[in-house]
Design a protein around this ligand. Structure first.
Ligand code: SF4
Length: 465
């Protein structure tokens, strides 16, 4: 991949649990397994004696909770969040869970996704007197709920979601219930599990593994779950075309997660196998871009008969503090983070398998690195089609001009400096997931499952007067 700023960046992971002592500690462990989904801020809200207590801050989970006193977060139910901002700045007031005092009682919210009609809803709410505290789209859900006359938080949530368009996997904690909701297209992932007989929810199943929970099922697109004293009840509005984010399989999700019944690792390996058949090349060794592309590189090697080697090594101990916004510093960051193994690549023709080329920075750097280490040829093979259209559903690539593939294959090849370049066709990618026809592929095709009427910039809500 695309291990640094070059790739698409995911917004957020969520975790929740109801009715188990030590809920905050369980949530902390679950969020640790979801840290790849967001590193800007982290937080946990816990319910105890009808009160919500929240600890959150900027940075990695381990940093935010470095001096965590468990006494502060005692309770039997909790929700947690790790954030990568796609709406709103990376600032403390935008860290989640967001906590509100509604007429019906306190409410905590944690959100993964993007609400595409957020600006219009916010303008309307402000015209009605609402005062927003954050620059996030998530806060809109709380304001809509605050206006509801519904008898329960669940009904208020369903009313609010009827007005919201976009991608969301939401967790809400009230003194009486843990609520979970997934958008009608099921764009962002959310799963239900069980731990010691108590319900747990997480963005990915790897978080269940981390806490010793078992996966029960995916929360269905459009489903709203209410978990409380009466157990788990399901409602919501279903029936929209399913459009799960294809990029979760290609890059975002952890390979040890199972999404919609399919092992992410197995899907990536199959992508590599298909890529070897679709785009063979005479070479000596197959190398994967660390780390998301390693399973695909193994699949490519298996199907091509070429040896797989770890030709690029990632420094795991660099935090995001090294990642800077300018192009020059991004390139510097790639060199700090990745290093070629000369013994593997010197004097050899290398197939470099990567999962995506978004801005092109990382691919260009990797190709240059391999050449400097002595590779005689570098052939770039990508397990996805060209990424030509911005994502408005919770991935931070919403600036079309940044997408290098908009210029066509020849232009990308020139930009990255490889000897050859090939992508895996969309049909092959979709078939490899086993869910063809039920996926969002808008960043490859421009066919957006939810219409986006412009004006969805990351800081749009903060730019308002
Ligand atoms: S546009 Fe691409 S990255 Fe965004 S949700 Fe759809 S498939 Fe995922």
């Amino acid at each position: 991949m695309a291990p640094l700023e070059d790739g698409p960046r995911e917004k957020c992971g969520v975790f929740g649990i109801w009715g188990l002592p030590g809920a905050a500690a369980v949530t902390y462990r679950g969020l640790t397994a979801l840290q790849h989904r967001g590193q800007e801020s982290a937080g946990i809200t816990v319910l105890r004696d009808g009160r919500l207590s929240t600890l959150k801050g900027m940075g990695l989970l381990s940093h935010v909770f470095s001096s965590w006193n468990p006494e502060e977060l005692l309770g039997e139910s909790a929700i947690g969040h790790v954030r990568y901002s796609t709406t709103g700045r990376s600032e403390p007031q935008n860290a989640q869970p967001l906590v509100f005092r509604l007429p019906a009682g306190p409410l905590a919210l944690a959100h993964n996704g993007n609400i595409v009609n957020a600006a219009r809803l916010r303008r309307r709410l402000e015209d009605q007197g609402a005062i927003f505290q954050t620059g996030t789209d998530t806060e809109i859900v709380a304001h809509l709920m605050a206006r509801s006359k519904a008898p329960s938080a669940r009904v208020a949530l369903e009313e609010a979601l009827a007005e919201v368009q976009g991608a969301y996997a939401l967790l809400l904690l009230t003194p009486h219930a843990l609520l979970a909701a997934r958008d009608p297209h099921g764009i962002r992932p959310l799963q239900l599990g069980v731990l010691e007989g108590r319900p747990v929810l997480a963005s990915e199943s790897c978080a269940f593994d981390a806490v010793g929970a078992q996966t029960v099922r995916d929360v269905a697109p459009g489903e709203v779950l209410e978990i409380g004293a009466g157990g788990v009840t399901s409602g919501g509005a279903r029936g929209a075309r399913e459009a799960f984010c294809l990029f979760e399989y290609i890059y975002f999700a952890r390979p040890d997660s199972v999404v919609d019944g399919r092992s992410v690792y197995a899907v990536r390996k199959e992508l590599g196998r298909r890529l070897a058949k679709a785009a063979p090349v005479e070479a000596d060794v197959v190398v994967g871009a660390p780390e998301a592309s390693i399973p695909a590189a193994l699949g490519y090697a298996e199907a091509s008969g070429l040896p797989f080697e770890l030709g690029l090594i990632k420094n795991r101990y660099l935090g995001r503090t090294f990642i800077q916004p300018s192009q020059a510093l991004r390139e510097e960051a790639v060199r700090l983070k990745l290093n070629p193994v000369r013994d593997v690549v010197a004097g050899r023709r290398v197939v470099l398998v990567d999962d995506s080329i978004v801005r092109g920075t990382t691919a260009m750097q990797l190709v240059r690195m391999l050449r400097e280490a002595g590779a005689t040829e570098v052939h770039l093979r990508v397990t996805a089609p060209p990424y030509r259209h911005p994502c408005f559903y919770g991935i931070d690539t919403s600036v079309a001009e940044e997408l290098v593939a908009r210029g066509g294959v020849e232009e990308v090849l020139r930009a990255v400096g490889a000897d050859s370049l090939a992508y895996l066709p969309l049909e092959e990618v979709a078939e490899a997931t086993g869910h063809a026809g039920r996926l969002c592929d808008a960043c490859f095709t421009g066919r957006y499952p939810i219409p986006v009427a412009g004006g969805t910039g990351k800081f749009e809500l903060e730019a308002q007067p």
